[in-house]
Design a binder for this molecule. Structure first.
Ligand code: SF4
Length: 240
């Protein structure tokens, strides 16, 4: 089902605290961190009630392809390429028989197109050989496919199958987790472990969407819009 991104709801609401709360200026206890992360989750849910994966897809196969294409590329660019991709190769069976050069031509604008083509063809061959053309709803089986790492598997499991097996950690999630001090460690695997320990399992897929939406609209990499941010009074990195 192709879903349209909803307008950012109320992303410009303003909270005019003079500076971050005392609780986040001193060393924070685990209990305080858990309370603060619950409050962040609650406020972001209210701010972005329609947060969802912004890649266009209709089936697990389409989401798997789109997620592989989204590496080092914007979702908007991927969404421009996938309609033609799925017209030519609508199933894993069709993709497994595709010509490498033709796939490269179609996905060229997403960058790293040679590596991505190898991953896509290998992934399709793996689905045909081991899963009769179906995308497995299993982390281990997904990660055994070429080009599929933990991040891609989390996206597919969480969004196509509704399985909260982990938290998708992309560049936005890493940046916001650090700024909000939900994780002080480096690397997507460690950030994911910290978020999984803080956020209820039923919200693992959603927290990723919420942080990505907030990162794209407010907590922008170069110049975060802290005065407009709904969590600025409980964010240790707020610049007000
Ligand atoms: S926009 Fe500012 S206040 Fe909001 S999360 Fe980012 S750094 Fe913190």
């Amino acid at each position: 089902m192709k879903r349209k991104p909803a307008a950012a709801s109320g992303a410009r609401s303003s909270r005019k605290s003079a500076r971050p709360a005392k609780a986040v200026r001193r060393r924070e206890s685990r209990a305080d961190l858990e309370r603060r992360s619950a409050e962040i989750l609650k406020r972001l849910k209210t701010e972005y009630p329609n947060a969802h994966c912004e890649l266009d897809y209709r089936t697990p196969y389409e989401l798997l392809v789109a997620t592989i294409l989204s590496a080092q590329c914007t979702d908007a660019r991927v969404n421009l390429v996938t309609p033609e991709f799925f017209r030519r190769w609508p199933t894993p069976r069709a993709l497994a028989q595709a010509h490498e050069m033709e796939v490269q031509d179609v996905i060229r604008s997403t960058g790293f197109f040679r590596n991505k083509t190898r991953s896509l063809l290998g992934m399709a061959a793996g689905l045909m050989e081991r899963h009769e053309g179906d995308v497995p709803a299993d982390m281990t089986e997904l990660r055994a496919l070429p080009g599929v790492g933990r991040k891609t598997a989390n996206v597919v499991l969480g969004n196509a199958f509704g399985i909260n097996d982990g938290v998708t950690v992309d560049t936005h999630v890493q940046r916001l987790s650090a700024r909000l001090r939900l994780s002080t460690r480096l690397g997507p695997d460690k950030v994911e472990q910290d978020l999984m320990a803080l956020i209820p399992r039923e919200d693992w897929t959603l927290i990723s969407h919420l942080l990505i939406w907030h990162g794209r609209r407010i907590c922008i990499a170069r110049k975060p819009k802290c005065p407009e941010c709904v969590v600025n009074d409980i964010c240790p990195s707020a610049r007000l």
